[in-house]
Design a protein around this ligand. Sequence first.
Ligand code: NAP
Ligand code: 3JN
Length: 342
Amino acid sequence: MRRVNVAVVGATGAVGEEMMRVLEEVDFPVAKLVPLASPRSAGKEVEFKGEKIKVKELTESIFDEEDIEIALFSAGGSVSAHYAPFAAEAGAVVIDNTSHFRMDPEVPLVVPEVNPEDIAAWRNKGIIANPNCSTIQMVQALKPLDDIFGVKRVDVATYQATSGAGKSAMEELVTQMKDFFAFKLDESEHKKFPHQIALNVIPQIDKFMDNGYTKEEMKMVNETKKIMHKNIEVSATCVRVPVLRGHSEAVTVWFEQDVNADAAREALYNGKNIVVVDNPAKSEYPMPIMVVDKDETFVGRIRKDLYRDNVLHMWVVADNLRVGAATNAVRIAQKWLEMESE
Ligand code: NAP
Ligand code: 3JN
């Protein structure tokens, strides 16, 4: 496969760093890697394939100057809004991790295990959007079930790790835990979250909207429909928990037809990049600590509803920085390259 020049925008961030790790691990055919960030980090060094590479400042002309063919963006929505069109104009395909373009009807929103064919629409604007982390792991688990039983409605509660809110949010949890052991938690600051996150659970991720749901919850609602090309009813409650890495989800799925837990387990077992861990007798089920640095989505606690034959419950866990961001973006890049090389 031909080698391509790849830019990572937000290379010093939690997602950007993971992007470079995944590119290296999958041996992505990188001719030249160009790490980009704000002027604050320009000149710092990042490591890629054993080499130290200097971070460059993100500018409007950098994609043209560096002859970039793939630009992986994860520096926030306003950065993508401004700079992604310059990358596309310079001939690169943009794979954007922010929410900015996700609901644009001209921009494909892709989870390669679910709707890889949508990548073809990249030519509309030169941009492919990567969904929100909580949506990605959920639709990966829904897809094999939808193929057999037909998903009608999903009720989900998330348990989201602090890394979803970036590096400084992880630090906020660690600092508060240290302060707790130093008996000074009451003096500890919270900037990234609306309340103390250490030893707490916060039922709010992002801002509230007029309908009583948060922006994060509405992302799950709208993105699921777009990716699955289906008017699935989704109701989400997104919750921040004091975990550093790994999002968990309690998912209740309503099907068009009756469902059988063994058949559902079998379908998930055969699902792409899904690992079933479901042995209650041995207390075996997915947990955030077992998914760190993994590229699969883990599913367990698969059981039928006590009252309705067409309803199933399950527990879905994945590394939010990998499956929920970097790995999905790199898998899109791999598919794009495959399609473009045909
Ligand atoms: P982070 O750890 O805070 O890192 C932010 C990155 O963006 C840093 O590299 C930062 O560079 C860079 N940046 C910030 N402002 C910039 C600017 N004006 N110009 C150029 N670079 C700039 O955050 P993160 O967790 O990596 O998340 C970054 C973004 O990715 C989020 O805002 C979100 O849109 C997206 N994201 C998506 C998912 C998902 O669910 N798919 C998950 C998490 C995040 P400096 O070092 O120069 O500050
Ligand atoms: O908080 C989480 O666990 C996931 C957060 C994702 C996120 C954080 C800041 C801005 C996003 C996103 O990917 O939806 C955005 C954004 O781009 O809107």
